[in-house]
Design a protein around this ligand. Structure first.
Ligand code: NI
Length: 203
């Protein structure tokens, strides 16, 4: 065995030993990954500052919602089924929460700012819940928030839809804390009751 191979073997051995110590010994684990550090990682991965326009035409930033939990869903008003279902679920969960729902603001951010003007959004969001806030913006403003929330959105040709296209997009509902940091998320499969139960525990 060459000296280099021996050195590599030694380093590997040390690494395996260190990883095993972190995995097995709680005290070591707590020192390497202090309590709450998973949330810190989540904060870094999802969310961030944004400047958008709400459905009343008012310029807003993420700072405007500090102090409240944000329920963030991305979609578009011309969506045939995914968005209406998700927004109905969100609205139903808010109803179930009762007065507790005052502690959160549900946001619907468009992935299709070309068609989703504030006027278009105003009509759309009011059909689900008077609490629901629709947000749109310029293409760069929307691109920024999509990137921050790691949302996939892709224009797809569709002759049946207005302007000849539809949008494929991810349908995750993000829950951000009153500090603006990521807390948890729901998938499209989460029902209104489960959503309300989990939110009640957070609020
Ligand atoms: Ni949709």
């Amino acid at each position: 065995m060459s000296r280099l191979n021996l050195a590599i073997l030694l380093v590997c051995g040390l690494l395996v030993g260190a990883l095993a110590a972190v995995a097995v010994i709680p005290d070591v684990r707590n020192r390497v990954f202090p309590e709450g550090s998973t949330r810190a990682v989540g904060q870094a991965l999802v969310g961030g500052p944004f400047t958008l326009t709400d459905h009343t035409g008012r310029k807003v930033t993420d700072q405007d919602y500090r102090g409240k939990f944000m329920l963030v869903f991305f979609g578009f008003t011309y969506c045939p089924d995914v968005c209406p279902t998700a927004l109905q679920t969100m609205a139903a969960a808010l109803e179930m929460l009762g007065p507790k729902a005052e502690r959160l603001v549900p946001l619907f951010i468009t992935v299709d700012p070309e068609r989703d003007t504030p006027e278009q959004l105003a009509q759309y969001v009011s059909s689900f819940s008077p609490k629901l806030v629709g947000l749109t913006g310029t293409r760069p403003e929307i691109d920024t928030v999509l990137k921050e929330y790691r949302v996939y959105a892709q224009k797809v040709e569709d002759p049946k839809s207005t302007a000849g296209y539809t949008m494929n997009h991810s349908s995750i509902v993000y829950i951000m804390g009153p500090d603006g940091a990521y807390r948890t998320h729901f998938t499209h499969a989460t029902g209104a009751e489960t959503m309300a139960e989990r939110l009640a525990k957070l609020l």
